[in-house]
Design a protein around this ligand. Structure first.
Ligand SMILES: *[C@@H]1O[C@H](CO)[C@@H](O)[C@H](O)[C@H]1NC(C)=O
Ligand SMILES: *[C@@H]1O[C@H](CO)[C@@H](O)[C@H](O)[C@H]1NC(C)=O
Ligand SMILES: *[C@@H]1O[C@H](CO)[C@@H](O)[C@H](O)[C@H]1NC(C)=O
Ligand SMILES: *[C@@H]1O[C@H](CO)[C@@H](O)[C@H](O)[C@H]1NC(C)=O
Length: 234
């Protein structure tokens, strides 16, 4: 909703650069800390304590992704899910995950969890209103795009496994803001953790947000992006 005017405002003075990039170049481009909206949600030690599976809560909801040039990622996401049939039952979900990034030959990104990810669900209408559980789904992002505008700055768009965009991300730190990139907790749940690309969280993040398309202006807008996006937008 809010995003379309911003995207259109970025149209000026950018040059399309279609083509495939190697993994090292992609990670070099993505490296940094990227947060949505007001930038309230930040990866690193401020809100997540994976060693004891606790969270501090950011002031606002949002999503943050951090990448290193050598292929590590960390993500923190905080969202509310509203419930149409029970509007008073707004669920809060905060999630932390880290691991390694695979850049597919078609430009898609796969985030492979290290198996110490977890999430906390606050549901005022559930019998147990506060649940903490493991979250270790590998996540597929079909494509990404980065816009560089001399006045508005840099913006990163990630497209979920189904092509729907994650909220636009802006750089919020110089370089990656991350906890140590190795396994930070051992527990028995890891043995049963899911493998494979389930990505339901990426989908849930976009629930309720109107989908929008950049297809009409994509040629003019694109500065750098993972290949494969074109087919998604048809
Ligand atoms: C969890 O770890 C953090 C960081 O070390 C600490 O500040 C917090 O008190 C711990 N919480 C619990 C419930 O152990
Ligand atoms: C919405 O609330 C109803 C009633 O509490 C519940 O049965 C249902 O599972 C909820 N739906 C979602 C998506 O949480
Ligand atoms: C997890 O277990 C492995 C093998 O026992 C050990 O080497 C590692 O230090 C442990 N990591 C943490 C964070 O406890
Ligand atoms: C790219 O390849 C991955 C892995 O094979 C696949 O899951 C994904 O759907 C492909 N993406 C596009 C945009 O074709």
């Amino acid at each position: 909703m809010l995003f379309t005017p911003l995207i259109l405002a970025l149209v000026c003075a950018v040059v399309p650069a279609f083509g495939q990039q190697d993994s090292a170049t992609v990670m070099q481009t993505l490296q940094g800390t990227w947060s949505s909206g007001s930038g309230a949600v930040i990866t690193g030690p401020m809100y997540a304590n994976p060693a004891n599976k606790t969270f501090g809560f950011p002031k606002n909801t949002g999503v943050c992704y951090s990448f290193t040039s050598d292929g590590h990622f960390e993500s923190l996401r905080y969202r509310y899910n509203s419930n149409g049939t029970a509007p008073q039952c707004i669920t809060g979900v905060i999630l932390w995950i880290h691991g390694t990034v695979t850049v597919e030959s078609n430009g898609s990104l796969v985030l492979n969890p290290l198996m110490d990810g977890y999430q906390q669900i606050q549901d005022p209408c559930a019998a147990v209103s506060n649940t903490i559980e493991d979250y270790n789904d590998a996540e597929l992002y079909q494509a990404w795009q980065m816009f560089n505008d001399p006045t508005l700055g840099t913006e990163l768009l990630l497209y979920s496994f189904d092509g729907s965009p994650v909220a636009p991300l802006r750089p919020v730190a110089n370089g990656p803001n991350m906890l140590p990139t190795q396994l930070l907790r051992n527990d028995s749940a890891q043995a049963t953790a899911t493998a494979g690309l389930t990505t339901q969280n990426a989908l849930a993040m976009n629930n309720g947000r109107r989908r929008w398309s950049v297809s009409g202006t994509m040629g003019a807008l694109t500065v750098v992006f993972g290949v494969g996006l074109g087919s998604l937008l048809l």
